[in-house]
Design a protein around this ligand. Structure first.
Ligand SMILES: *Cc1c(COP(=O)(O)O)cnc(C)c1O
Length: 230
């Protein structure tokens, strides 16, 4: 992907608008914006968009499909960005994802932790928690928090950073993120260093910040509408 990046019309303005929105939400919550990491979600967009974002100072990008992420990370191997894997991850692809990802936010089952044991580098992980009662959604059930936390803590190659969740559509985001904050406390009660909370997307990052989110995963507010899925 060495061809000249197309001029991404309005990208800088949208990025700065979101950064200002984050600063406002932090101020309103009595928090410092420095406690937060903005992960710009670039799924479905070409590698050239990631390059353009890096040119604007973005250092963290998020992807939710392994093959697409792997291709982009390979095409942009020299670029100084951290790839955050935020989507459902097949067990058999886990070790491959660990090659390009600096963090995996979607750890939700024991077999996935097993698959990542023994990767030859230190990998940051987040325990994804399902905030709905529908087991078909991504994330571990709250009843699995203790056992998965212990398993991750016992896996040398993994550094547990904290919890991750997606707000359900069926309820106000603020209520769901309050529950997530409670789950974060449960994790921290036996993993005191796992203080991070990965939550907040385009339409709910203000509520997520109010509930303590540290890692914001924001896509369309910055990138514009996503191209159709391939
Ligand atoms: C796509 C996606 C996002 C970003 O969504 P936007 O609404 O575009 O901000 C965040 N988290 C996950 C897990 C996603 O799949």
């Amino acid at each position: 992907m060495s061809e000249t990046s197309p001029a991404y019309e309005g990208l800088a303005d949208r990025l700065h608008e979101v950064q200002a929105g984050i600063a406002d939400a932090c101020r309103a919550a009595g928090r410092s914006a420095e406690e937060t990491t903005l992960i710009v979600v670039t799924k479905f967009h070409p590698a050239s968009l990631v390059e353009a974002l890096a040119g604007l100072g973005v250092r963290d990008v998020g992807e939710n499909r392994h093959q697409e992420a792997q291709e982009k990370a390979a095409a942009l191997a020299g670029l100084d960005v951290n790839w955050h894997y935020i989507g459902q991850l097949q067990t058999k692809k886990a070790r491959q994802a660990a090659q390009y990802a600096s963090a995996i936010h979607s750890i939700d089952r024991a077999r996935l932790v097993d698959a990542l044991a023994g990767v030859d580098r230190q990998l940051d992980v987040f325990l994804q928690i399902n905030l709905t009662d529908d087991p078909g959604r991504g994330g571990a059930a709250p009843s699995e928090i203790e056992s998965l936390t212990e398993q991750i803590l016992g896996t040398e190659s993994l550094t547990l950073r904290g919890v991750m969740a997606v707000a359900p559509l069926e309820e106000p985001a603020a209520a769901a993120f309050e529950r997530l904050a409670g789950y974060s406390e449960r994790v921290r009660s036996f993993a005191p260093d796992a203080t991070a909370i990965s939550a907040g997307m385009t339409h709910d990052y203000v509520e997520a910040i109010a509930a303590g989110a540290t890692h914001l995963r924001i896509g369309s507010a910055i990138t514009g509408n996503r191209p159709d899925a391939r």
